[in-house]
Design a protein around this ligand. Sequence first.
Ligand code: G6P
Length: 369
Amino acid sequence: AQAERGGFDHFMQKEIYEQPQAIRDTLGGRIDENGNVDIRAELTFSDRNVCDIDRVHIVACGTASYAGMVGKGLLEQLVRVPVEWDIASEYRYKGPIFTENTLVIVVSQSGETADTLAALREAQRNGARVLAITNVVGSSIAREADDVLYTWAGPEIAVASTKAYTSQLIAFYLIALHFARVRGALPQEQLRALAVQLRQLPEQAERLLAQAGKLREMARKIARHAHVFYIGRGLDYAVSLEGSLKLKEISYIHSEAYAAGELKHGTLALIEEGTPVIALATQRALFGKTLSNVKEVKARGAYVIGLRTEGNGELDSSVDDLLEIPDVHPLLTPPLSVVLLQLLAYYTAVLRGNDVDKPRNLAKSVTVE
Ligand code: G6P
């Protein structure tokens, strides 16, 4: 089994380390020689169809839904198209509202999740076009969707999803940049600059793995706590949700993610001396706002781990421990931030002696409702 895990202690750890490759493979061949994202060859969409889209629904379960939440931010900011985000088990029963040209994007690593498949069918029954982001060729969702953009993460064995999530984020960058270019939503140079930075992500993710030792030390500090909170704004909030899910599913520590600005509407009451708070502050435009939220939890005695981009020292005196990602464009921080949060969850679960790859009560693929 050790050999199957390629020398790693757990499949989850191996899959965390496979992320640079998964990102590279998912980008592979989808950026042309001029530096433009072009996924025309894989989709049945004409440019006219892309221009006609007047609303997007993003629907998924679990980790895939949190990738979808980042996707919503990307499509809104880069394509300026209105996006609704839903969990599949809610969407399928709520009577979703479709416009003339609604595009439904379903996200599923396995391509077999029952609620996501039902959501896809509901959308098609209503005449919507469905684009699937999935990791499994020939899966039910891949077969039934109108279009498929595959993630090339390779097989994911650990129940807690890692490389599938980062690959799903990459799929959303590709869709958003492609749509933005075809629709002329942003100047070409700006889109090309983002594509250039996308190509640097594998190498940047690789370098982040060197922080593993530091994360093991931080895990020691949170492993004995009963509650952990994650805060962030904008895309940082979406990544917080995934970081929090990772921690709770494998460490069994209760954790919650909050939009940082929402803290004072309730959660602040739960902060006691030593309560761990992981604060994501990578979004330049929102940095000052998040910093004041960090100060609020700090003043109530929280143990704060701050996550910021390189070179922004302004956070440092307000936190107890620091995590750092390269100073990339604010839209590109999620696939980097999440690697650190995955490692933190991983080491915390290991320290608690849990079955990391097979957490209690959970399944890799949920094919019943
Ligand atoms: C299960 C898995 C999660 C996954 C979710 C959706 O709960 O344990 O890791 O995110 O299903 O799975 P899918 O295959 O549709 O992405």
